[in-house]
Design a protein around this ligand. Structure first.
Ligand code: GLY
Length: 381
């Protein structure tokens, strides 16, 4: 696969900006559904775990263009996120980072928006309520006293930057401490000897000891869900930036190597890495997430910078050439062929958003393009 060229990068950014621009009057201060239906995102209230990605796209678009239409639209979303955390609307889960990092940490970084900052701190406080001292982890889903949901999931690595950020801006180390302890538990249990990952991991609520890995959105408990592996890759890079834990670069290389070893020729994975050929749907969002992880790690490990960047450029070359939405397509997302949740005989998810645009897929694709265009881009994560 040829790396993305600078001309392709500029064309892809230009297409993306024009789609985001034309979506502004459709969504206004509402959100995009987690995934499209027939290529078009229904409008939704601010009550899904994915609602932060649309404002995240607005902030990235503002940084790429300095067109005030994006600044105004991104700023207009902040009160909705303030209202959500103040009124605790659908926040009884761990996804505070996915929600508040691209919507509010970004707004605060760009403009010093105080409401955005306070809302993101409140979201970090909310995330602390998911802490289970017995077992030392942030519980992903369900009631905190639900014995049958005593688990964390690999995706949570992307929620931790909100905690590190909260420690930085408040000077209170409680947030960062929880993030570091959760990471330790995740490193203990989520990774198999071959560097593949469990999607979810149960602990014993009585003893706090690890019990077993299970999957929700992957094919089987012992396979590796493509996006889970991608969250691991990007999450390890971000954890390394915050903690400098010397174990992390080798773990990053292991998780990355497993992901890359299971890709089909065009470098865009099937929805679970158990599939390497055939007609199962792809999950293009995983390729964008891994590209972001590579570009983050390239800044942190000087001796591997070139290799990581080249791999990211290849992943993005494939996405830009064969997966991006082009003018005239019946789709208002940025990238085709994402998969939210695909039912298998062995998993527990509800099937949704199969072979569609997915809102985080669009966001991380645009983040990867932004990272490639602006080598000094300041991460929201
Ligand atoms: N964090 C949920 C997902 O990646 O589908």
């Amino acid at each position: 696969m040829q790396p993305i060229t600078s001309r392709e990068l500029d064309e892809a950014i230009s297409d993306a900006l024009s789609i985001v621009r034309s979506n502004i009057p459709i969504y206004r201060v509402f959100c995009q559904n987690h995934s499209s239906i027939g290529g078009i995102y229904p409008r939704c209230e601010n009550d899904q775990w994915t609602c932060g990605f649309w404002p995240g796209e607005l902030w990235l678009s503002w940084e790429l263009s300095h067109d005030p239409v994006f600044l105004e639209a991104g700023t207009a979303m902040v009160p909705s996120f303030a209202n959500r955390i103040e009124r605790k609307i659908c926040v009884d889960h761990h996804d505070m980072g996915f929600l508040y990092t691209p919507s509010c940490v970004s707004a605060w970084m760009m403009t010093g928006n105080e409401l955005a900052k306070q809302s993101a701190i409140a979201a970090a406080n909310q995330l602390l309520t998911r802490w289970q001292p017995k077992g030392q982890f942030l519980q992903a889903w369900g009631r905190m006293d639900a014995k049958d949901n005593y688990r964390f999931i690999i995706d949570c690595l992307l929620n931790l930057p909100l905690l590190y950020w909260a420690s930085e801006v408040t000077g209170d180390d409680r947030y960062g401490l929880v993030a570091r302890k959760h990471t330790h538990t995740c490193l203990t249990y989520s990774f198999r000897p071959d560097h593949s990952t469990y999607h979810t991991y149960f602990l014993d609520p009585r003893t706090g000891k690890g019990l077993r890995g299970e999957t929700c959105q992957g094919y089987r408990a012992d396979s590796s869900w493509a996006r889970g592996q991608a969250w691991a890759v990007y999450g390890l890079a971000l954890s390394f930036r915050y903690t400098h834990n010397p174990e992390l670069p080798a773990l990053f290389d292991g998780a990355l190597g497993y992901f890359l070893s299971r890709l089909p020729e065009d470098l865009v994975p099937y929805w679970d890495l158990i599939f390497q050929s055939g007609s199962e749907p792809r999950d293009s969002s995983s390729a964008s997430i891994v590209a972001c992880g590579l570009l983050e790690m390239a800044r942190l490990v000087e001796e591997k910078k070139e290799a990581y960047e080249e791999m990211a450029e290849k992943l993005m070359g494939s996405l830009v050439r064969s997966y991006r939405v082009r003018p005239g397509d019946t789709a208002n997302g940025l990238v085709l062929h994402g998969t939210y949740s695909k039912k298998s005989p062995y998993n527990s998810c509800t099937e949704e958003g199969v072979d569609e645009c997915v809102s985080w897929g669009d966001y991380f694709y645009l983040e990867a393009l932004t990272r490639l265009k602006k080598s000094d881009w300041r991460s929201y994560w």
